[in-house]
Ligand binder design. Structure first.
Ligand code: PLP
Length: 487
């Protein structure tokens, strides 16, 4: 790498990105292009001769940005947030610059040691039990996504139980979760070879606000044991994707523990809020868990990707995922003095350098913000969501469709007709109408067969005025739809 060229191009690129953020409100939040739009704009093959950075930047401005959905826009309220910040960006930049490769401790000691320290810091901020700290038998590791996190613990749990009951028992292993659990677990089960008929999606409904009832888990486990199956893994969620339901961890944990199941907690989105003392109670019961996961790349100002996973017993992960080829052998590893994160994760080559990349940016976020500012950041979003909920409640044409706990409001337009499908269609049309304006972007879910709109506050640039403007667009489009239907 030519240092002077890096300086020149780097300044140019930082200016480009800074201008992007300055003008971000001028773009339609959801990209409005049609499928295949880019093929018509770009050449068929790569250039033979080098082009200038300015030419590339011009193309990004005119051809790429129209096809971008602006997740960092202050009017982005869809899905869950995926935060970026100056601190996170600088951390990414630094690690891309140093480009170290940290799969085993020896390949870059700072990479492994920083990751262990930063995850201990975050575990303490969340007040996780000491067993999750790297100073004991457990510890934290940064995965790319919550999907990878649940996969690695599922593999560890599967191998642990198979060591006990024998390899031939794979077809009898059973996994439990609620019907609100993220589909990442189902995918993990497919990869881990769990038989599809042994994947139990336990039913929830509005009577428990879509949280899993302990009775339902307990009954399912008893039924399966009675038919000769082997329950071995249960995943609870704190902040489900559809409606931010919170499963009752303490009771569910007791049932898991007494039946010898691995108990995993997925707090991918809501975990961030638990650094605030007033929201920490949502993970009360984490003491009973074998593993706990939250995505710092969702709502913790850390650029994608950065998913923090803690386990109480790291040896279960290592036993499942360790490989030890000759070319990676070294004294530090063989003397068992160090952590080799390659044995805590799925990828080998491609993601090696990411280990350091992710901990560096999380470290930068924690240091440049400090816990106090991170707490204020979370509280502000929750307060903005509360205001939005208040606005919905004040307008009799709408209803709140599930209790709001964090920064997500589930709501819907109510139809005068007593017809579920008609009401669903009305809300589908409202969603498309508001998203087509480009003024805001919201997403949807289905709860108890009802099509529900989701308004998730969490973009770092969102202020009260953005929430008010979004609500105005929603009201205008709703009025138009209702008048067309003469409702
Ligand atoms: N778990 C929950 C509760 C989620 O909301 C999501 C994504 O939104 C995931 C898991 C999957 O996250 P990832 O994309 O990091 O795999």
């Amino acid at each position: 790498m030519d240092a002077e060229q890096l300086r020149e191009y780097g300044h140019q690129m930082v200016d480009f990105i800074a201008d992007y953020y300055k003008n971000i409100e001028s773009f339609p939040v959801r990209s409005q292009v049609q499928p295949g739009y880019l093929r018509e704009l770009l050449p068929d093959s790569a250039p033979v001769r080098p082009e200038s950075l300015q030419d590339v930047l011009d193309d990004i401005q005119s051809k790429i940005l129209p096809g971008v959905t602006h997740w960092q826009s202050p009017e982005f309220f869809a899905y869950f947030p995926s935060n970026s910040s100056v601190a996170g960006f600088l951390g990414e930049m630094l690690s891309a610059g140093i480009n170290m490769v940290g799969f085993s401790w020896i390949t870059s000691p700072a990479a492994t040691e920083l990751e262990m320290i930063v995850l201990d810091w975050l575990a303490k901020a969340l007040k996780l039990p000491d067993q999750f700290l790297s100073t004991g038998q457990g510890g934290g590791v940064i995965q790319g996504t919550a999907s990878e996190a649940v996969l690695v613990v599922l593999l560890a749990a599967r191998d642990q139980v198979l060591r006990r009951v024998g390899k031939d028992a794979t077809g009898r292993l059973v996994v439990y979760c609620s019907d609100q659990t993220h589909s990442a677990l189902q995918k993990a089960c497919k990869i881990a070879g769990i038989y599809p008929e042994n994947f139990r999606l336990l039913k929830t409904d509005s009577s428990t606000d879509y949280a899993l009832s302990p009775e339902s888990l307990s009954e399912a486990i008893s039924r399966d044991i009675a038919s000769g199956l082997i329950p071995f893994f249960f995943c609870a969620t704190v902040g489900t994707t559809s409606s931010t339901a919170v499963d009752p961890l303490t009771e569910l944990g007791k049932i898991s523990n007494s039946n010898g199941l691995w108990f995993h907690i997925d707090a991918a989105y809501a975990g961030s809020a638990c650094i605030c003392p007033e929201f920490r109670h949502y993970i009360h019961g984490v003491e009973g868990a074998n593993s706990f996961n939250m995505n710092a790349h969702k709502w913790f100002l850390t650029n994608f990707d950065c998913s923090a996973l803690w386990v109480k017993d790291r040896s279960a992960l290592v036993q499942s995922l360790s490989t030890n080829p000759e070319f990676l052998k070294n004294k530090a590893s063989q003397d068992n003095k160090v952590v080799d994160y390659k044995d805590w994760q799925i990828p080998l080559g491609r993601r090696f350098s990411y280990v350091a990349r992710r901990s560096l940016k999380l470290w930068m976020v924690l240091r440049l913000y400090g816990l106090e500012n991170l707490q204020a950041y979370i509280r502000n979003h929750i307060e903005l969501a509360r205001k939005f909920e208040e606005l919905v409640n004040l307008d009799s044409r709408f209803e709140v469709a599930a209790p709001r706990r964090f920064s997500l409001v589930c709501f819907r337009l109510v139809s005068a007709r007593n017809d579920v499908e008609h009401a669903n269609q009305l809300n589908r049309e409202l969603l498309e109408a508001v998203n087509s304006t480009g003024n805001l972007f919201i997403s949807h879910t289905v709860l108890s067969d009802k099509y529900v709109l989701r308004f998730a506050v969490g973009a770092p640039l969102t202020e009260e005025r953005h929430v008010l403007e979004a609500w105005k667009t929603l009201q205008e489009k709703a009025a138009l739809l209702l008048s067309e239907l003469k409702e």
